[in-house]
Design a protein around this ligand. Sequence first.
Ligand SMILES: [Zn+2]
Length: 115
Amino acid sequence: MPRSIANAKEIQAKSRRHTVRQIGPNWYKVKSGETRRVYDVVLAVNGGTCTCDWGRQRPDEDHRSACSHVVAALNYRAAKKGRRISAWDSEEAAQRQHRPMLKIGDGLILTSRSG
Ligand SMILES: [Zn+2]
């Protein structure tokens, strides 16, 4: 099922307002900048899972959640390598960046650049 809520830039903006704390190698606590609620995010190579309402409702065949919490954790992980990520909901727009691309589910595509 394609993502039907919000758009990539909105998710990206929201993700920047969250606070991320790393708990384990792939485990993060992400505190919402809006509600102050804390969610557990577990990252894999191709995205991550989250305990928020959206993340809990992912289909059986793909548990990955492209919510702003997962994007925040991915950005945190990227920042440790000196990189920054941007979110796109169209493959054409993502490809135009000519950067490494990562499809994290729900139709969301991330690109990363240094700096
Ligand atoms: Zn979430």
